[in-house]
Ligand binder design. Structure first.
Ligand code: F6P
Length: 323
């Protein structure tokens, strides 16, 4: 059943990710084509409580779609965890005559807006935005492709120096509990070993591989931050097995979260922004817009709790290239 939406509230409550600004632009473009006004809510749930609303215009967002981060800013909100905080937020939504919400973020963001729907019937649609690619209901999250490209380029740079000195490097990439960034950046940079939380046995293969290792080549280990062994423990175990290896470590850190979004992330932002507006108009609520098998799909927030796991094909590629 279609719904007569007149005014959308749009915000980015989770961690920023490249491609979010393209999605903001797409939401405003698609909404204005249907005569719907869009207000941005600054600083995520904090702005909802502080009544920090700004009117968004397509021209203004068109100029920022190529930038990383989120122009709406984001912040943690302890107040939104309280019933009182959520009631103030809801009052502000009503006072601003918002009749639909679109939130860009990860599962924490979707849990947050689901709490609003427990005390109101305001329709809410989510867009998956996180570099971690750990969200079910979409093949890729906004920001993942950009983060992988950044990590891959950094690993390529490290390889230049590693090859020159015949060094081993352990390079830590982000991803929270997910190995997606590790698998994609490791495979595309020709890593010798990839250590991800989903596959604890890979440490044993690595130690077997470097036992007595002596070579005229660099040796690149890509370690996902969520792995059960920290970068220090991995290095320690490598040294224990082969103390002749000239080993260096590098944590890539937040460099992976910034930078201009890739074309793939901008396109994903455009598709998901438009899909989210269409979903609200079609009367949908409490669902996330995603792209699966190259088609827009909606998944209920209640199904997003599971983590998007590395699949068997990806694991078999890691096995083939890194064992
Ligand atoms: O979820 C995105 C992410 O960058 C993770 O990969 C990382 O573990 C975390 O956020 C870092 O969070 P913060 O920016 O709060 O340190």
């Amino acid at each position: 059943m279609t719904k007569n939406i007149k005014h959308i509230g749009l915000f980015t409550p989770g961690g920023d990710a490249p491609g979010m600004n393209a999605a903001l632009y797409a939401v405003v473009k698609a909404a204005s084509a249907k005569g719907i006004k869009v207000s941005g809510i600054r600083k995520g749930f904090e702005g909802l409580i502080d009544n920090d609303f700004v009117e968004l215009k397509t021209k203004q967002l068109q100029k920022t779609m190529h930038l990383g981060g989120t122009v709406l800013k984001t912040a943690r909100s302890e107040r939104f965890r309280t019933v009182e905080g959520r009631e103030v937020a809801l009052q502000n939504i009503h006072d601003n005559h918002i009749d639909g919400l679109i939130a860009i973020g990860g599962d924490g963001t979707f849990r947050g807006i689901s709490l609003l729907s427990e005390i109101s019937d305001i329709p809410c649609i989510g867009i998956p935005g996180t570099i971690d690619n750990d969200t079910v209901g979409t093949d890729f999250t906004l920001g993942f492709d950009s983060a992988v490209n950044t990590a891959m380029n950094c690993i390529d740079n490290i390889r230049d120096t590693a090859e020159s000195h015949n060094r081993m490097f352990v390079i830590e990439v982000m991803g929270r509990d997910s190995g997606y960034i590790g698998v994609y950046s490791g495979l595309t940079s020709g890593a010798d070993s990839i250590l991800i939380p989903e596959s604890p046995q890979d440490m044993t293969y690595l130690l077997d591989k470097i036992h007595g290792y002596e070579s005229e080549d660099a040796f690149i280990v890509v370690l996902s931050e969520g792995n059960e062994l920290s970068i220090d423990r991995v290095s320690q175990q490598i040294r224990q097995v082969n103390d002749a290896i000239d080993l260096r470590v590098c944590k890539l850190g937040h460099i992976q979260r910034g930078g201009n979004p890739t074309a793939a992330d901008r396109m994903l932002g455009i598709r998901l922004g438009v899909a989210a507006v269409n979903a609200l108009i079609q009367g949908e609520s409490n669902k996330m817009a995603g792209i699966c098998n190259n088609q827009p799909v909606l998944t209920p927030f209640s199904e997003i709790a599971k983590q998007h796991a590395i699949d068997a094909e990806q694991q078999s590629l890691v096995d083939l290239f890194c064992r």
